[in-house]
Design a protein around this ligand. Structure first.
Ligand SMILES: Nc1ncnc2c1ncn2[C@@H]1O[C@H](COP(=O)(O)OP(=O)(O)OP(=O)(O)O)[C@@H](O)[C@H]1O
Ligand SMILES: [Mg+2]
Length: 135
């Protein structure tokens, strides 16, 4: 996942929005470790899940924003995060659990889907407008 994240980092424009979809423990945060490494924003061990803090940023100035929507319950909470301002920045913004708030997030994005089963992971990357299904 880290190697894939590095590869993605090399392909992404400096301003990009990436949605990560996959079950708990699928490897989403691990992919962000690779993206941050690839963009020289942070080392993998410095990247941790923003499960409770909701947003982590890496690089100075910030080049990677890592957002986890898992613990949010309402669009109001989402609004309070002030993501619109982050989406405008010259940075790679990666969002875990975007499917919870598909209707409130920008339509232009890249979706990485990770499905993990015993010992193997299947990963698809698509530039999608209609890829999100309601949670
Ligand atoms: N390709 C892989 N092979 C084996 N283990 C992996 C792989 N990718 C991630 N892991 C491990 O699986 C665990 C969960 O990974 P990670 O935290 O990246 O998942 P996540 O999708 O972000 O989960 P969550 O939805 O809880 O945030 C970690 O211990 C990580 O090291
Ligand atoms: Mg995670």
């Amino acid at each position: 996942m880290i190697a894939l994240g590095e590869l993605l980092a090399a392909l992404l424009p400096s301003r990009a929005l990436v949605f990560l979809q996959g079950d708990l423990g699928a490897g989403k945060t691990t992919l962000v470790k690779g993206i941050a490494k690839g963009l020289h924003a942070a080392m993998p061990e410095e990247v941790s899940s923003p499960t409770f803090t909701l947003i982590h940023e890496y690089g100075d100035p910030a080049r990677v924003y890592h957002i986890d929507l898992y613990r949010l319950d309402s669009p109001r909470q989402l609004e309070a995060l002030g993501l619109d301002e982050i989406f405008e920045r010259e940075a790679v913004v990666v969002v875990e659990w975007p499917e919870k708030f598909a209707r409130w997030l920008p339509r232009a994005h890249l979706t990485v889907k990770i499905s993990a089963s015993a010992g193997a992971r299947a990963i698809t990357v698509e530039s999608a407008r209609e890829s999100l299904t309601p949670h």
